[in-house]
Design a protein around this ligand. Sequence first.
Ligand SMILES: [Zn+2]
Length: 163
Amino acid sequence: MAEATSVEPSLSASGKLLPVRVCTVLRASILSATEMDDTPIPITARPMSIEERSILARLLEFDFPGSEGLRAQVPFVSVVGVCPCGCVTRELKVDRAQVPPAPGVSSPIPGEAEIPTRGGDYGGGIIAFAKDGYLSSLEAYSHDVEPIRSWPPMDVLIFRSRG
Ligand SMILES: [Zn+2]
């Protein structure tokens, strides 16, 4: 079994070297978004939780190429995999019989959320990936050595678009 997490150095605003935990799923996604599907631990498909759905829907409220098509997929998304590191990252699957692929989508999608530093946490971020024009994962990464083990409340998150 591969090590689920790795620690990489990162400069904080003060220039101090901080350890950054980046889960395997996230790293694999960045390195090769097209070869991602077998990295998570498969689970029996279930509907998204309210938290997962709310955050994903909010990331898709920004206008970017394919955003309208991705929004149309949200009702047909199931959670089919979890990250081995214990974070809240979820592998998603769209029922492709119900809705077409979104054309021109980049991955990760431009909509993202910052998890601000608070209460001694270093914070992190939330991003979503698409594959073949379909939503494929919702991922939370941490700037701390600890993974993000629960979704932060919506009113804590800072949503923005890279586009
Ligand atoms: Zn993880």
